[in-house]
Ligand binder design. Structure first.
Ligand code: KG4
Ligand code: ZN
Length: 342
């Protein structure tokens, strides 16, 4: 079954073709970062309009990349939520119209399920069951995964998501959006021992997170070291390094706790922040001590992309699941409400 995947939940138009027999055939991504950069974050209306401009040319591009005609598409998967409603509507409208024209089944995919399953696109995919850490711009969740659609939420952020914390801290340091990769780069030049940032909620039991305190701590530290409103470059790098280490330590500690609590030996990390090299290194070290394994996707499949939506949709479509022809755009949609496959 050849599935066309369409991702338009935020500021990236991601399109891909996934074949249930042969795997990923082709994928294309257009990032709107430059459009939103001047505003320091995503402007929903601009995002929707740009998805409209890019979606059809990108579909043609992936078809050409795979050497296929539109009529060879067997099914369509699109991101139905969570995300920006206008941006989601663009993907939903294109998916459903194309589905009607081609007379093929269409399914609305949960964006975070797409992220969660993305490491399965890699060469040695994780087997079920496992613990998943989902760390994106909008979500920070620890999930026990027994199979596709068999998700038990173990813990989540009570306030900001990890990616959001990176983005906000970056803004305070005068770095552009998205802040995660920029903080990571600056942190390479920083000294992690100069500042000590708190590790929120690690001194009490449980698997929930809170990142808003780190934001305040970053703000106070920048203010304290600013001279006439300007912070020198080394101090900025030291703050970035201390901030990143605090986030990484906190995530690592909670992942270890989740592995121990569930008795699982496999950890999957997914979502934009899982592209972070320091986080990957820290988790590699942690799982080694726990005699466990960690799995993640290649960096371009950690952030938003069409391949993960085509893959997740394909798993459900081959199991016989699909939607009616209504446009589905669900800005808020709990992951643990999804139906199971098998
Ligand atoms: O999964 P994603 O592309 O979109 C959402 O579903 O939200 O995640 C985007 C988030 C942004 O907050 C971005 O700053 C963060 O992921 N991010 C990173 C890195 N790459 C992206 N955070 C830390 N280190 C990175 N290398
Ligand atoms: Zn995402």
């Amino acid at each position: 079954m050849i599935v066309l995947g369409i991702e338009t939940s935020c500021d990236e138009t991601g399109i891909a073709l996934f074949d249930s027999e042969q795997g990923l055939l082709s994928d294309a991504l257009y990032s709107q970062i430059e459009i939103h950069a001047d505003y320091g974050g995503v402007v929903p209306e601009l995002a929707s309009r740009d998805h409209i401009r890019k979606i059809l040319p990108l579909i043609d591009e992936v078809l050409e990349g795979a050497g296929l005609k539109k009529t060879e598409i067997n099914a369509i998967a699109y991101t139905a939520g969570p995300g920006l409603v206008g941006a989601l509507m663009v993907g939903a409208a294109v998916a459903q119209s194309l589905g009607l024209v081609l007379n093929v089944p269409v399914i609305g995919v949960h964006h975070m399920e797409g992220h969660l399953l993305a490491p399965m696109l890699e060469e040695s995919p994780p087997e079920f069951p496992f613990v998943a850490l989902l760390v994106s711009g909008g979500h920070t969740q620890l999930v026990k995964v027994d199979g596709i659609g068999r998700y038990e939420l173990l813990g989540e952020s009570l306030d900001d998501a990890a990616g959001e914390a990176f983005d906000k801290a970056a803004k305070m340091l005068g770095l552009d959006y998205p802040g995660g990769p920029r903080i990571a780069k600056l942190a390479e030049l920083g000294d992690t021992s100069r500042f000590h940032f708190p590790r929120p909620m690690t001194d009490r039991p449980g698997l929930d997170f809170s990142f808003s305190g780190l934001k305040t701590f970053t703000l106070n530290t920048t203010h304290k070291h600013a001279v006439d409103g300007v912070i020198d470059e080394q101090t900025k790098a030291d703050i970035a390094a201390a901030f990143q280490l605090a986030v990484v330590d906190t995530l690592s500690l909670k992942c270890r706790r989740a592995l121990r609590q569930t008795g699982m030996k496999r950890l999957v990390i997914a979502g934009g922040v899982s592209a972070n090299e320091s986080l990957r290194t820290a988790l590699e070290l942690m799982v080694e001590k726990e005699r466990a394994e960690v799995f993640y996707a290649r960096p371009e499949f950690c952030t938003d992309n069409g391949a993960m939506i085509a893959f997740a949709g394909c798993q459900r479509l081959v199991a016989g699941q699909y939607d009616d022809s209504a446009l589905k755009a669900t800005p808020r949609w709990p992951l643990d409400s999804l139906p199971a496959v098998n």
